[in-house]
Design a protein around this ligand. Sequence first.
Ligand SMILES: [Zn+2]
Length: 390
Amino acid sequence: MQLLRTGDTGPAVAEVRSALREFGLLPPHVPNTPDDRYDALVQQAVRAFQQERGLITDGIVGAATYRALREARWTLGDRMLGLMISAPMAGDDVFALQERLLELGFDTGRPAGVFDAQTESALRGFQREYGLNQDGICGPATLRALRQLGRKVTGGRPGLLREQERVRTAGPKLRGKRIVIDPGHGGPDRGVMVDRIAEADLMWDMARRLEGRMAATGMEALLTRGEHSCPPEAERAAFANAAGADMVLSLHIDANYSMHAQGLATFHFGNGNGSTSTVGEALAGLIHRELVVRTRMLDCGIQPRTWEMLRLTQMPAVRIEVGYLTNLGDRRKLLDPVFRDVVAEGILVAVKRLYLLGQDDQPTGTFTFQDVLAHELARAAGPAAPGRSR
Ligand SMILES: [Zn+2]
């Protein structure tokens, strides 16, 4: 195609202007003024659009930018979507479909806005599970089902890949990070109960210990419940989303009919066939290894789950099952306040390690709360301090 750039006029420019207006990058058209000029405002808007889409930001509409402009105009429901081998369908509507399917646990692969074979197979999987005609085409009935379910996942789970970028750009400092701590159960829901010892109370206590340490390092720790309340999981997730938290840590204790079942398990979002929160998994791994080493509890592994607290939250979320209350050894540990401090410290260190991205790191189990504090202070007084030569 012919390149469009500053100074050009004509119907092609008019089309570009109308698209940019739709994306809110150009102000509304003033009636009785020309609407087909590639002026400085258009150039600026094109650059903004290119930047947003990861294109070369030259302010010129070439083939790639033109295609991206057209693709960006589609919203889910504008047209039927299906697999076209010769000319694959592409657009923001396909992207929205892929993200929605991923949210619901159907693996479309990395959402790229192109309807490919994997998208079709994910869509068929969704149709099968929800009793729809398995034609692999996103038509009115499928769309309706996707939208109804969409309401359940209000706020949606943004691209899991975006989580990685957020951690990378967040920097190593803990100060200013907002962590939601979710003590399981509460109020009338006591969780696991053994000999009048309740999971709800123990996890409340552990959450407070963790909260104190986080506050000491300058983090903002928020609890999903009060000492005597028990909001539903979906409400707790919505709370974390509304708070714009950097991560969610859910604290529970397990139980088993067998008193021999024991150990510590850590969970992150994932459906077991590829749709996984990468950061959630990394955080779960760090917490898990840190706690296994420090508590000497049996290692029950790191596992993907689609529980509400993991699925409905928009940030990395991890749930820790700190042992079995039904096991004598685990129960003894949990009843010891020193042990609960050890767990709180292990979790804090794991969070710190996530943001360190492997820099200034120390072997699992050796980083102490004092180390973390010292590290934070050093950072605060570090290269950012004014007037300091490096
Ligand atoms: Zn529980």
